[in-house]
Design a protein around this ligand. Sequence first.
Ligand code: HEM
Ligand code: HEM
Length: 344
Amino acid sequence: MAASTRPGRGTNLALLVLLAGSFLTGWVAFGVGVAPGSRLVAVAHGTLGLGILLLAPWKSVIVGRGLRRRRRHGVAVALVLVLAASLLAGVVHSVFGPLCVGAVSALALHVAFAVVVVPLALGHVVRRPQRVRGSDLSRRTALRAMTFGGTALLAYAALSSVTSAAGLPGARRRETGSYEVGSGDPTTVPVTQWFTDGVPDIDPAAFVLRIERPDQPGQQLSYDALLTAAVTTRAAVIDCTGGWWSEQTWRGVRLDTVLGPLGPLDHGSIVVRSLTGYTRRFPAEEASALMLATHMGGVPLSPGHGGPVRLVAPGRRGFWWVKWVSDVSVDARPWWTQPPFPLQ
Ligand code: HEM
Ligand code: HEM
């Protein structure tokens, strides 16, 4: 895929494909919580990202040539720096564990730099366009792409093997790339929420949970009513896109117990809303798998962990586990009509 004789168009177009692929698979990795899907996405993401590094020798020839021309280089140089920072933070997280710079994790830095890469890469491609030719879709290009893809996969496998052989923290990460924290010990579970959200001040005594169904009068449940309802206990792993996971025993009420049977609304969805306005929509048929939890590890949920009531959504990434649940409603809109990640 890299130019065989003179590095140029082929290398740049390959970089474009790798950048777009890394960015997309990064978000897919954030969305998938269950193996084998999560493992496949993480391998694809790492392979595409390391592919960019493999092309560095070819790209550096292009860069040398480009820098010798008399013109503005600001965007291109910023792209090198921000992309290098993102790649470094990604590899540091995956190999050396959940390190932090101040209060910010390497994974958060990785994603933040990757988001900044997008406008810089677009600006660079607009300033230094490369024509796509019909012959780019040839058998020869496909074979080169496969050879290059195989090499990148080997690089990923080599990095994983070295990480395991050296006993580095990365060998202990879950298939999503997250590291275990505080399983069975609620006091050490990190307090994290979606970056737009914050811990509200709630008095459990004044708390009410509103339940709305289109076919029934609305109900209100107090915190005490939830504590004495048909309570169940289950173990489930919360796997946060912040890069940590924790297995806990959750106590609470199943959502289908609170809502009742949802027969005719099979294609509709359940909307779970937080007191802060944060909202996620779930397929109606998932009601029996979801739980409104009041306790984690046998103790009432702290405000930071979503108390008095939070959603437990096994198999889904942490941003689905709505905290401080104040409203649960059912409507006919399909769950997939919402943005894949919370916007508010
Ligand atoms: C310019 C775009 C991006 C590039 C080039 C890139 C590249 C990388 C690389 C090289 C790694 C280390 C893989 C390994 O050694 O196993 C990594 C890890 C990771 N990246 Fe990205 N990434 C990009 C964007 C994103 C975005 C936008 C997200 C999320 C929204 C993301 C999420 C992750 C996660 C969760 C890991 C850890 C995976 C694991 O440990 O197996 N990345 N990335
Ligand atoms: C991995 C991401 C990339 C980085 C870090 C990067 C960086 C650079 C740098 C530092 C230069 C030299 C400075 C300059 O010309 O102002 C350059 C030149 C160039 N880049 Fe990129 N680039 C990347 C991806 C791309 C992509 C995706 C394309 C187009 C599809 C592209 C097309 C070009 C072209 C045409 C030149 C000028 C070469 C010349 O004048 O001979 N680059 N790049």
